[in-house]
Design a protein around this ligand. Structure first.
Ligand code: XMP
Length: 328
C-alpha cells in the first residue's frame, strides 16, 4: 500500500538549497527503488512530467524511456522543445511518437466536448500502450503526480490515467514529486536546470488545443488556432506581470469580412479568434486581468496579417463563474 500523505516533517521547498537537498534525496530513493531495471514515462512537456524526467535522467540515465506523444493538439513549438531539451541537451532516451493523423482522424466530425475528451484520453492510452509493448524489460512506470492530484478529488490529469493500461502492463509506480505542490515542483525544476519556458509554463489541459478548437475539429481551424495562440502567448508574455493562464480559442462559426482585390471591396466569410486571459488561485473561480488596449491591438494586427482564414479578433471578458476558463 503506497503512502500518500505528505510527511508533517517535510519542509516546503522554497529555495535552491532546499531543492538541491530534495534532489539528492530523490536520486538515492529512485536508484534504490529501480536498481538496474527500466522505467517508462509519458513526457508531455508540462512542468510535472518534465521535472520527473529530468530527475530520472539524472538518477538512472538511459534506463529511463520517455515517450512523447504528439497528438496534434499541442501548442506551437512544444514537441520541438521537448526533443531539444530532453534528447539533445539531457541526452535522454526519448521516443517521439507522431500520432497526429491518428488523433485527428478519430476526432473528425465529433463536436461534443466530453466525447472529444474521451476520444483523446482513450487514444492517448492506446498509443502509450503500443509504445510500452515495443520496449523490452520495462518494470516501472514514472508519473508526474503532484500532491494536489492526490488530495483533490477532481484530478486534472485524467489523460494520464494509465490505470487504463491492460493487466500485463501494470508496472510499479515511480512518483518522485508526489508530495510536492506546484510551486515546489518549479523550484526543483529550476535547480535541475530546466529552461524557464518549461518550469514556468502556464497550465495546459491534457486534451490541449482540442478543447479550444470549438466543436468538430478541422485541420485548417486547428492550424489557425495554433498560430494565433502563439501570437497571444508571445505578446501577453511580454507584460511585466503575466496572467495565470492566457490563450486563444477558435469558435466554429464564421462572420463576414471585407477584403480588397484590385481596389474593389469583396465580402467573404472568415473565422473569429477569441483572446482569453484569466487570473485565479485554484481554477475554481477566475477573474479577468486588464490587458493594455495597445497589446490587444498588436495581437489583432499580427493575427489578421499572418493567420490565414481569420478576419475577426475578440477579447473575452467573462469571469468564472459563470463562464468556465476553457470554452469547452
Ligand atoms: P475550466 O474550463 O473548468 O478549467 O474553468 C479549469 C482549469 O482546468 C483546465 N482544464 C483541463 N485540464 N483536462 C485537463 O488536464 C481537461 O479536460 C481540462 N479542462 C479544463 C483549464 O485549462 C483550467 O486551467
Amino acid at each position: 500500500m503506497q503512502n500518500n500523505v505528505r510527511p508533517e516533517t517535510m519542509k516546503r521547498i522554497t529555495t535552491p538549497a532546499l531543492a538541491q537537498a530534495f534532489i539528492e534525496e530523490q536520486l538515492a530513493a529512485i536508484k534504490a527503488q529501480v536498481g538496474d531495471k527500466k522505467v517508462l514515462l509519458a513526457l508531455s512537456g508540462g512542468v510535472d512530467s518534465s521535472v520527473v524526467a529530468a530527475l530520472l535522467v539524472k538518477a538512472i540515465g538511459k534506463q529511463l524511456v520517455c515517450v512523447h506523444v504528439n497528438h496534434g493538439l499541442l501548442r506551437k513549438g512544444e514537441p520541438e522543445q521537448v526533443i531539444r531539451v530532453f534528447r539533445d541537451e539531457l541526452d535522454a532516451n526519448l521516443v517521439y511518437v507522431d500520432a497526429v493523423d491518428r488523433f485527428l482522424d478519430k476526432l473528425a466530425g465529433v463536436s461534443d466536448p466530453e466525447q472529444k475528451r474521451k476520444i483523446i484520453g482513450a487514444e492517448f492510452i492506446r498509443v502509450f500502450e503500443e509504445e510500452a509493448r515495443k520496449q523490452e524489460g520495462i518494470a516501472f512506470l514514472a508519473q508526474g503526480t503532484i500532491y494536489p492530484d492526490i488530495t483533490e478529488s477532481v484530478g486534472v490529469k485524467a489523460h494520464h490515467n494509465v490505470g487504463g493500461l491492460p493487466e500485463d502492463l501494470q508496472f510499479e509506480l515511480v512518483e518522485p514529486v508526489k508530495f510536492l505542490y506546484k510551486d515546489e515542483v518549479r523550484v526543483v525544476g529550476k535547480a535541475l536546470g530546466l529552461p524557464d519556458a518549461m518550469v514556468y509554463r502556464q497550465p495546459f489541459p491534457g486534451p490541449g488545443l482540442g478543447v479550444r478548437c470549438v466543436g468538430a475539429i478541422t485541420r485548417d481551424r486547428l492550424e489557425a488556432l495554433r498560430e494565433a495562440d502563439a501570437i497571444v502567448r508571445e505578446e501577453i508574455g511580454k507584460l511585466p506581470e503575466t496572467p495565470w493562464q492566457y490563450f486563444c480559442v477558435i469558435p466554429d462559426f464564421q462572420s463576414t469580412g471585407i477584403r480588397y482585390v484590385d481596389g474593389k471591396g469583396e465580402r467573404y466569410m472568415g473565422w473569429a479568434v477569441v483572446v482569453r486571459a484569466v487570473n485565479t488561485v485554484d481554477a475554481v473561480t477566475a477573474t479577468v486581468p486588464e490587458i493594455p488596449f495597445s497589446v490587444l491591438c498588436t495581437i489583432r494586427d499580427r493575427i489578421i496579417a499572418t493567420v490565414p482564414g481569420v478576419n475577426r479578433v475578440l477579447w473575452d471578458v467573462s469571469e468564472k463563474p459563470v463562464a468556465t476558463i476553457e470554452w469547452e
